[in-house]
Design a protein around this ligand. Structure first.
Ligand code: PAZ
Length: 320
């Protein structure tokens, strides 16, 4: 009797995870996420916010890498507004060389994201913390307890965290929100092609061939977190392509909302694209003068779509 052909072919995304091992400390991060979800589910709505750019190493012992542009502002600011809206937030952020070592070396602690180049700090440094918070926002220990901050550096670190966080939320908090603002590389060097040691310049100019990263939004929406409310961001530099690309992403992956933004104007306006409509969110001159951030408007809008049963999100005026 002929043996039945063994298993189905691996999907591209499965091959990626099979070939790129989990980063050190990953299971520890998974434990942190699990404990965080268990603590907050049923008490607070939960959001996963990703932020910052991934790096793609050119060498296994990495000296050089290709980086995706992102200052991390969108994710950090949005996290602050989600906290103000009552959410418990898992904030997955790119490590930054400008952060103090206590931050980067203590993943899994409950940190406040901090923007505009200032240091992040933990709840035991409450006074320092206060400096990181936009004016008028009161600090409270309960708010700090609603934030879990985990960091990544490389594309692979990010994808492992993203998959585990999504699966954890699907299992423990399937009504949660995913807000994917990180700038994730579309290209990488597979493990079997990457140089072990520092690439030497003696051999002349360097030609690097990068392969396409499997599109992870597909398994994220259909396999890892089918019940979650998923918001992705689409960054373009050519205005003519933005809506077309955002709409195409929505149709392809069938998630809930794509927020399109142009590199040049991303601080002032974004376009929200759903199956039914696309709508522009733009700061007015008055809001700019008042130093209102576009993330405040985005988060307010996303919250009211994520939890329509709660009516409108806490309006701008009440946040000040
Ligand atoms: O981090 P930042 O505030 O400088 O920029 C935010 C952003 C442009 C990276 C984000 O809004 C975004 O579009 N992220 C997705 C990028 C992408 O298309 O992969």
């Amino acid at each position: 009797m002929a043996l039945k052909a063994s298993t189905r072919a691996m999907e591209e995304w499965e091959e990626y995870f099979a070939q790129n091992p989990a980063p050190p400390g990953h299971s520890h991060h998974c434990g942190d996420m699990e404990a965080f979800c268990q603590r907050h589910v049923g008490h607070h709505p939960i959001a996963l916010v990703t932020s910052g750019g991934t790096t793609v190493p050119l060498e296994r012992n990495t000296v050089r890498f290709v980086d995706n542009f992102s200052a991390g502002t969108r994710g950090a600011a949005s996290t602050e507004y989600f906290l103000q809206q009552g959410y418990a937030v898992i904030f997955i952020h790119a490590t930054s060389p400008s952060l103090p070592s206590c931050v980067t070396s203590t993943p899994g602690s409950y940190w406040r994201p901090c923007r505009r180049g200032r240091a992040a700090c933990c709840s035991s440094h409450h006074n320092t913390l206060a400096r990181c918070i936009p004016s008028g926002v009161s600090t409270s220990r309960s708010r700090l307890g609603r934030l879990l901050w985990l960091t990544f550096t490389s594309l692979s670190d990010y994808l492992w965290l993203l998959r585990s966080a999504t699966q954890c939320l699907q299992r423990l908090a399937p009504k949660a929100l995913l807000y994917l603002a990180a700038a994730v590389s579309d290209f990488y060097i597979p493990q079997d092609e990457i140089s072990e040691h520092k690439i030497q310049s003696e051999s002349g100019p360097l030609t690097v061939r990068l392969q396409l990263v499997p599109k992870m939004l597909r398994p994220l929406v259909s396999v890892w977190g089918p019940e979650l409310y998923v918001v992705s961001f689409k960054l373009e530099t050519d205005e003519k392509k933005l809506i077309e690309k955002a709409t195409a992403a929505l149709r392809k992956y069938k998630h809930d909302l794509v927020i399109g933004n142009l590199l040049q104007t991303r601080r002032d306006e974004v376009t929200l694209v759903t199956e039914r409509e696309s709508s522009l969110l733009r700061l007015t001159e008055h809001q700019k003068a008042e130093r209102i951030e576009i993330e405040r408007l985005i988060v307010e809008e996303v919250c009211s779509r994520h939890r329509p049963e709660r009516g409108h999100a806490i309006p701008l005026a009440k946040l000040c």
